[in-house]
Design a protein around this ligand. Structure first.
Ligand SMILES: O=C(O)CCC(=O)C(=O)O
Ligand SMILES: [Fe+2]
Length: 355
């Protein structure tokens, strides 16, 4: 189904208006736009990004996702991620818990590692279904390259605003180093009242999300209820993940979000979404960069719990833990799920039970 054939987002559900950041102005290092990005990154950690120039690539990535999901289940299952914390490959529906009660999810993913896309036709981490391979050169690699360029620009601006020496964040995300960076197409069936993804923070640094249907919700700091983020054509939804929160000692926000069945008439359609996740190189130790920035040192000094920013974990350890412990095969009880599968948001059990 083409994006234009989908019903519009209903106008009678509450939405949270994100700031709209103009990527073309950020590329020119426009001071006012940089201030707006800084506000978005520190207050909510979510913003819309326009003028990013990837619309055509996004359309092709949705085609890649559609073609992959249409493969026979037996074929897709040859590339399933498994229960050991590997996120690259195919994720079958019903393999992850969407809440602390252990309710299983209904979403399928196809995740392609940045390293595999850049190494193709050689293999960095693993093999993929034929529908992925067929589009590795013409669709996935160009999308990864453009996503890297956008992320690197945003990272550079945030680096300078954090008072870090030039290129500090870039050095934690080198293109050639293996990492958990990946692109994902998510696919979920319309089930009224069903939550699609758990309330979570993203595991890595910076996520670029492309939505056609609603369903994404954020829990805005201080708000009591979840609010929808309305998809806007041509606008990516950007959000920061745990790694950026830890490296900046909480100055940058990794905000809680979840996906529910889309609202109104949209909720009768299968939902596709597309993400590019940028994550630090595997060996990066996740700790506040207090030695490199007085601003971050000050944030550590004033943090209610500074130990949050001394995780003792490398990026690969953090990432593997979260991916592994959300799998239902590793689920034990609500308390262990909460203790082992969650990120930087300090959240109580009640938030983690699907409404
Ligand atoms: O599908 C969406 O709108 C959001 C997906 C997401 O949050 C994720 O995959 O981490
Ligand atoms: Fe997410």
């Amino acid at each position: 189904m083409k994006a234009t054939d989908l019903p519009p987002f209903p106008d009678d559900v509450p939405t949270h208006p994100l700031l709209v950041i103009d990527y073309a102005l950020i590329e020119q290092r426009d001071p006012e736009e940089i201030e707006r990005l800084w506000t978005a990154a520190t207050k909510l950690g979510f913003w819309y990004l326009k003028n990013h120039g990837v619309d055509e690539d996004v359309r092709e990535m949705f085609d890649m996702g559609t073609e992959t999901m249409a493969l026979p289940m037996a074929e897709k299952m040859k590339f399933e991620q498994g229960n050991e914390g590997i996120s690259f490959g195919y994720k079958a529906a019903g393999t992850c818990a969407i809440d602390a009660a252990g309710t299983v999810d209904t979403a399928q993913f196809i995740n392609v590692a940045k390293d595999d896309a850049l190494a193709w036709p050689a293999q960095a981490h693993r093999a993929y279904p034929s529908a992925v391979n067929a589009r590795m050169t013409c669709t996935i690699k160009p999308f990864v390259e453009k996503s890297l360029a956008i992320n690197n620009t945003l990272l550079d601006v945030l680096n300078d605003k954090l008072g870090l020496p030039k290129g500090t964040l870039a050095r934690l995300h080198p293109r050639e180093d293996y990492s958990g960076s990946e692109t994902r197409v998510l696919y979920s069936p319309p089930i009224v009242g069903r939550q699609v993804l758990s309330a979570h923070t993203d595991f890595g640094s910076l996520s670029l999300l492309y939505n056609r249907l609603g369903g994404l919700q954020v829990l805005v700091p201080g708000a009591e209820s979840w609010q929808y983020v309305k998809p806007i054509p041509g606008h990516a939804i950007c959000n920061l993940g745990d790694a950026m929160s830890i490296l900046s000692a909480g100055i940058l926000r990794s905000n809680l979000h979840r996906v529910v069945n889309p609202p109104g008439l949209q909720g009768t359609h299968y939902r596709f979404s597309l993400v590019y996740f940028m994550r630090p190189a595997n060996s990066v130790v996740l700790r506040a960069l207090a030695d490199s920035s007085p601003l971050i040192a000050d944030a550590v000094a004033h943090a209610p719990d500074p130990t949050m920013y001394e995780t003792g974990a490398t990026a690969i350890e953090w990432f593997t833990r979260r991916v592994k412990m959300i799998r239902v095969a590793n689920y034990k009880n609500p308390e262990t799920w909460l203790a082992t599968s969650r990120g930087t948001e300090q959240i109580d059990l009640a938030t983690q039970i699907a409404a």
